[in-house]
Design a protein around this ligand. Structure first.
Ligand code: PHE
Length: 448
């Protein structure tokens, strides 16, 4: 049973800390780059603000009403088919841990780049590219070392629990993250490259929006808001009763979107200003950016250090939220101590993370390549494009159809006011239809 509760601001920062992550600063710019900018960004924004925001309220509601781990909250609240609904929670818990297998590896790269930022930055894009490729393809020991460091940091926070671990971490790191990203954005505003960056992000070229781009954009909306897997649900189970869920959701969605847009604009400004390419794939912030920072001279070094720290902060605050649902589940279900639960959950992502990391290497890559992708990319793809939207679909159906409307209204009716019926309509009709189209498209049943 839970004893520790978040404070109000602690909860908002923790949920925002979960949402604002590698998704915003590492993933969003590179997928926006890969899928051609504008049109992709627009689909992402529309999804976030309509379906994303609505499901954010629904997911918070499940945790807030259920007060248990993700699986038990579904089970407890479901009026019938309890054990089936429990599976919805279980799927989410596993999705989080699966995401952690590559997430921790990427946090490891970031920790490595903090060290690089303090020493010598690569002096050209070519040099930066070869350094990143060497890290990824050949430096197994280095990667394992930093992945281990990431695992230790995350576990050390989680064993301290909700209040002294997760809340405190977010209270400290999130304001620092906002200051760093905000400050760097203001600097980017003064550069000529800014208008090109603006055009790239906001003038849609619809010809670039194929159905794959569409699926990826919707999937990313879920990924970036931490929706559909029980991270937000698990945090909400520790909410004090008097909290306004709608307002909290609004803050979280707003902060997440603002940080993604500021980070994207800032990054593309720097890239355009120094003639680098926006479409570098996952290496974008590790290849083009360090080379650009080098060009900036001493200021660039300071920027590099701040930027990679901010990225690490964003990653860590999300990582704890990806692991906590499993930790909470193990504690509730098997009566484990928190320490033991952290070792079990952490041990899983740590070990499977090594497989993910090896799948990028020259030595083991072939062995861990299945069909069109390696293990690392498959995990990313299956979780973000399928598991999270599917989890979100189940949450929309759960609140929209399974929980009595009266009970839902009692919890959020007052704060939503007239918007209640719009929100309820989105949950019942718009979100399920949109998400089913995405699922069918993903399975290749329909294409457009
Ligand atoms: N939202 C996080 C990010 O943008 C990732 C995440 C997904 C965290 C799902 C928790 C749950 O990086």
């Amino acid at each position: 049973m839970k004893i520790a509760h978040f404070s109000r601001i602690g909860f908002i920062l923790a949920a925002a800390g979960s949402a604002v992550g590698l998704g915003n600063i590492w993933k969003f710019p590179y997928i926006a780059g890969e899928y051609g900018g504008g049109a992709f960004v627009l689909v992402y924004l529309v999804t976030v603000l309509s379906i994303g925001f609505s499901i954010m309220i629904a997911e918070m509601l499940i945790g807030y009403l259920g007060r248990m781990d993700a699986a038990k909250s579904f089970e407890k609240l479901a009026p019938s088919n309890k054990s089936r609904w429990r599976l919805a929670g279980m799927m989410g818990i596993w999705a989080g841990l699966l995401i952690m297998t590559f997430y921790s590896v990427v946090i490891g790269w970031i920790l490595h780049y903090i060290v690089v930022a303090f020493s010598a930055l690569p002096s050209s894009v070519a040099e930066a590219e070869s350094a990143f490729n060497t890290l990824l393809h050949d430096s197994i020991i280095t990667q394992i070392f930093y992945h281990t460091l990431s695992f230790i940091l995350i576990s050390a926070i989680l064993v301290r629990g909700i209040k002294a671990g997760i809340e405190k971490l977010n209270l400290i790191l999130m304001p620092m993250l906002f200051i760093i990203v905000g400050g760097m954005f203001l600097y980017a505003l003064t550069l000529d490259g800014f208008s090109q960056a603006w055009d790239f992000m906001f003038s849609p070229d619809w010809s670039k929006l194929n159905s794959e781009a569409f699926v990826i954009a919707v999937g990313h909306a879920f990924f970036t808001l931490s929706l559909g897997m029980g991270a937000i649900l698990t945090y909400s189970a520790s909410l004090p009763k008097e909290v306004n869920l709608v307002k909290s959701s609004l803050y979280v969605v707003a902060l997440d979107t603002i940080i993604a847009l500021l980070a994207g604009l800032m990054l593309f400004t720097f890239l355009y200003q120094y003639g680098a390419e926006p479409s570098k794939g996952p290496g974008l912030v590790f290849i083009s950016l360090p080379a650009v920072f080098y060009e900036m001279g001493t200021l660039g070094n300071a920027f590099a250090i701040l930027f990679f720290f901010a990225l690490a902060f964003a990653g860590l605050t999300s990582a704890v939220s990806l692991t906590e649902p499993m930790v909470q589940y193990l504690i509730d279900k098997f009566d484990m101590t928190r320490f033991k639960a952290v070792v079990v959950a952490g041990g899983f992502f740590y070990l499977v993370g090594i497989i993910a990391l090896l799948s990028n290497t020259t030595a083991y890559g072939d062995m861990l390549h299945f069909g069109s992708k390696n293990f690392f990319d498959w995990v990313d793809y299956i979780t973000a494009a399928f598991m999270l939207p599917f989890g979100g679909l189940l949450m929309a159906i759960f609140i929209g159809y399974k929980i009595p409307k009266k009970q839902v209204f009692a919890a959020v009716g007052k704060s939503l006011g007239r918007a209640f019926s719009v929100w309820y309509f989105i949950l019942r009709y718009i979100a399920p239809v949109a998400l089913i189209i995405v699922m069918l498209n993903l399975l290749g049943v329909i294409t457009f």
